[in-house]
Design a protein around this ligand. Structure first.
Ligand SMILES: Nc1ncnc2c1ncn2[C@@H]1O[C@H](COP(=O)(O)OP(=O)(O)OP(=O)(O)O)[C@@H](O)[C@H]1O
Length: 328
């Protein structure tokens, strides 16, 4: 199937001469129908500009697509003088829907996003999470096939963020809407994206399935984003402290789907008569698959520990951290 959105060597330059900024620099990227695609980067990386290019297609393309792209924003962009129902009805009005059909569609949408009771409220009377639900209802009004979410959860607290992300996941799954999420937070990517592109200085420096990018980040920026969300591996400072309490041989074992599970670790310890104490770690989910690591202090003969590590390395990555006396 042909991609829904295709960037082919896309470039956007602001300004001219010495002051020219290449906000988007030779980006080639395909977004497939039905996926949740994440674009992550630090402030100024060019994410918003890239997504705005989707909205700025040539006239004929645009006519074909008008009403086919919904958009939600960090600051919600609701009309404060209109009620919730009025905000959601607005794009339908623009599209020429009758009053009766508008009312039906608005009721259906507000029910879907879980704020049917707020139809007559004004945006100023709503919490941030409720405002974003209105934004989502409005963006979905004309049944678009693409939803662009530009930092849509960046103004929300962590719990509300998870609620809104769960709603976006439903929109993708139940309604088959292709969702493009722009964010600077790897937590957001980890929670809902299937594939991700990492942007830096206008370029896509790395992209692929979220699980693969997490499991084997190649670029420095990607390493930083991954570390910012998992926090499962001890930093050098943490390791220093751990060594005081646990002077023995330590290893960090990657926990993955299809190899390197907690069960594998337990079985390997037993098979080699090595005792393992879990001293650090975290296992969570990426794209609904297990992912993380465990750091263990091991007690056993050197030979047994070496064999244990060799066995684990057949299915997952193992960092040998050495001992307090002889760090690796
Ligand atoms: N209209 C404009 N005129 C001039 N420069 C611009 C304009 N829009 C964006 N830029 C520049 O392009 C670069 C990329 O900006 P962009 O907003 O796309 O980044 P971003 O990754 O979305 O960052 P943020 O999350 O802070 O919005 C920045 O250096 C920015 O200053």
């Amino acid at each position: 199937m042909a991609p829904l959105i295709s960037f082919d060597n896309a470039t956007k330059v602001f300004g001219t001469g010495e002051r020219a900024v290449r906000a988007v620099d030779q980006v080639t990227l395909d977004i497939e129908t039905g996926e949740i695609f994440g674009v992550i980067g630090y402030s100024g990386a060019g994410k918003s500009t890239l997504v705005r290019l989707v909205n700025a297609l040539g006239e004929s393309e645009l006519r074909k697509l008008r009403g086919d792209i919904g958009m939600i924003f960090q600051q919600f962009n609701l009309m404060s003088a209109r009620t919730v129902a009025g905000n959601v009805a607005f794009p339908l009005k623009v599209a020429g829907w009758s009053r009766q059909r508008r009312a039906e569609r608005v009721a259906e949408l507000l029910d879907y996003v879980g704020i049917a009771d707020k139809a007559r409220s004004y945006p100023g009377q709503l919490s941030g999470g409720q405002k974003q639900r209105v934004g989502i209802a409005r963006a979905l009004a004309t049944s678009p096939s693409i939803l662009l979410a530009d930092e849509a959860t960046s103004a929300l607290d962590p719990d509300t963020t998870q609620d809104v992300l769960a709603l976006l996941r439903r929109v993708n799954r139940d309604l088959g809407v292709t969702v493009v999420v722009i964010t600077h937070e790897m937590d957001v990517i980890r929670s809902i994206a299937h594939r991700v592109a990492v942007m830096e200085a206008g370029r896509v420096v790395e992209h692929g399935p979220v699980y693969d990018v997490f499991a084997a980040p190649r670029e420095r920026a990607t390493h930083r984003f991954v570390a910012s969300t998992l926090r499962d591996r001890p930093t050098p400072e943490t390791l220093e402290r751990l060594r005081h309490r646990h002077p023995g041989r330590m290893i960090t074992v990657g926990i993955r789907e299809g190899g390197g599970s907690g069960t594998d670790v337990t079985a390997a310890l037993r098979a080699h008569a090595v005792d393992g104490t879990i001293v650090y770690g975290g296992i969570s989910e990426i794209d609904e698959r297990p992912f993380g690591s465990l750091t263990l202090e091991l007690a056993g003969t050197d030979a047994a520990i070496d064999e244990l590590i060799a066995q684990l390395r057949r299915t997952t990555d193992v960092d040998d951290l050495g001992t307090a006396a002889v760090p690796a």
